[in-house]
Design a protein. Sequence first.
Length: 159
Amino acid sequence: MPIELYDDVNSNIDKSFVDKIFYATLKHFGMPDEVEVEISIVDEDTIKEVNKTTRQIEKVTDVLSFPTLNHPLPYNKDEHLDDVNPDTGNVMLGELLLCEKRAKEQAKEYGHSYERECGYLVLHGLLHLLGFDHIQREDKLEMRKHEEEILESLGIVRG
């Protein structure tokens, strides 16, 4: 299974919706569906503790990404044979932690649906797993461009 979804908070996040985001992202980058990701939906305390432990930032955040691969794009499975899950034959891209409560707050704050915010956060995390970041302005612009194109391809728009 390309997406393993662990829901520690009994959220309303639909697995089929997460799958759509995942497959649209693969299609966008011309990647085969021989990769997988673990996504955990967690509470504020959990994400705050992981953020503190891994990034030395003691605050709640919306999504954290833990990539497995150093340079996943352009994708070539032969370059990542050490990262193949022996049970599935897929290459593990990494893990995402998503804070459901923060997603709900941000949806309200930004004036769009909870579904749109969750879709955005999953996509944002996936792009981090694929090597994108938003530290430099030009990198942020490139990442935002991909986010908007992928969300738009699925009809997931702001508002």
